[in-house]
Design a protein around this ligand. Structure first.
Ligand code: NDP
Ligand code: PYC
Length: 336
């Protein structure tokens, strides 16, 4: 595959210019480009520049307001809400993060309800930032139907990711971030683009037969939940927290409301933050570090997040190889 080598500043600039040229104001373009740049830096290409054409489609169709100004309100002592005003998640997160952190420190535990927003990125970004502030964090968001409930072969749940972060003092937080599908749809799309086959168990084709062909899943097929009915229950939990609890669209409703432009649907996100120093164990940090030492000491085991952190370290000084077709498409969308 032909590629264009870009450093991280050039990745950020490419995204920011394209989004600004298509209707984002400076604050929204910068927040989105930060998120896209972070994904490329950490090797999460399915949620980096790959998403720019989708962002642009949703700006051009008028579905998303690229000039939205998020509003923060306190709904209850432990509940903060950010109304994204029909904009993208990254700027809304910037507005809601510190009030969530402050509230969790005061209350011991607090939730952030993000509403009227469009989420098209990875969730580790939100939990890592909260965990770096010394709090444990859990985040989830629903998508549009792409995953079959256990026993079915038609899509109903979104790919519905859930991410968790745990603070580790001076060390980088422990973070996992996983779709409740066997694989995120973005990863399936990248596999299709690159002509790779998938491991067994990821999805079914349009006839309901098991397939390892990513294109067959995209063309009328369906993803499966990870771990069968257990992953399906996690997908269900995400629907209830990110939609039912906070008054936002379930995945099936998000699709009914969506204009099909290929960009992110309107929906919500739920983030829970907990201050471990308020739960009665002054030794919590050392206790958990002992646990990580034991776990990491088992042959063959690595901690979730370690691959991303290793990519981050490597890419600080290296170039990102962006597929030429994607790079040229973004340049074209910028109007250059
Ligand atoms: P993966 O299956 O690639 O990874 C899931 C998690 O497992 C990561 O935290 C990963 O850590 C960890 N992990 C992988 N291998 C191991 C291992 N051998 N030992 C320990 N931990 C391991 O991710 P998904 O395909 O499920 O999701 C990809 C992304 O898609 C996520 O960032 C998610 O937020 C995003 N997404 C976004 C949606 C949205 O609506 N906005 C919808 C669905 C997904 P590491 O990163 O270090 O490899
Ligand atoms: O990869 O499944 C996915 C996804 C959906 C929305 C953003 N990413």
């Amino acid at each position: 595959m032909s590629t264009v080598a870009l450093n991280l500043a050039q990745v950020h600039q490419l995204a920011e210019r394209c989004l600004a040229a298509n209707g984002c104001d400076a604050a929204n373009a910068a927040a989105l480009a930060d998120t896209i740049g972070a994904a490329e830096r950490d090797g999460c290409h399915a949620h980096g520049l790959f998403r720019v054409p989708g962002y642009v489609a949703s700006l051009r169709s008028g579905k998303v307001d690229g000039k939205a100004a998020p509003r923060v309100e306190q709904l209850a002592p432990g509940v903060v809400r950010v109304d994204a005003g029909g904009g993208y998640a990254p700027l809304a997160l910037q507005h809601g993060r510190q009030p969530l952190i402050d509230c969790a420190r005061t209350q011991g535990i607090a939730a952030l309800a993000m509403v009227n927003m469009h989420h098209f990125s990875a969730l580790w970004i939100e939990v890592e930032a909260v965990a770096r502030a010394g709090l444990a964090a859990l985040a989830c968001t629903a998508y549009m139907p792409a995953v079959a409930p256990a026993g079915a072969s038609q899509p109903f749940f979104g790919t519905n990711p859930m991410a968790f972060g745990w603070p580790r003092g001076e060390r980088a937080p422990l973070v996992f971030d996983q779709a409740s599908a066997a694989m995120a749809r973005g990863e399936v799309m990248i596999a299709a683009r690159e002509g790779h086959s998938l491991p067994p168990g990821v999805g079914l084709d349009a006839q309901g037969a098991a397939t390892t062909d990513p294109q067959a899943i995209i063309d009328g097929g369906v993803l499966l939940p990870f771990g069968g009915y257990k992953g399906a229950s996690i997908a269900l939990l995400v629907e209830l927290l990110a939609a039912g609890l906070i008054g936002q669209a379930f995945s099936f409703e998000a699709k009914e409301n969506d204009n099909g432009d290929g960009g992110p649907p309107r929906g919500g996100e739920f983030i829970l933050a907990m201050d471990p120093s308020r739960f009665g164990d002054a030794n919590w940090l050392a206790h958990a570090e002992g646990f990580f030492a034991r776990l990491g000491g088992i042959a063959g085991v690595r901690l979730p997040g370690d691959r991303r952190y290793a990519n981050r370290e490597r890419n600080a000084a290296a170039n990102i190889e962006v597929p030429r077709s994607l790079h040229d498409r973004i340049v074209e969308l910028t109007g250059d």
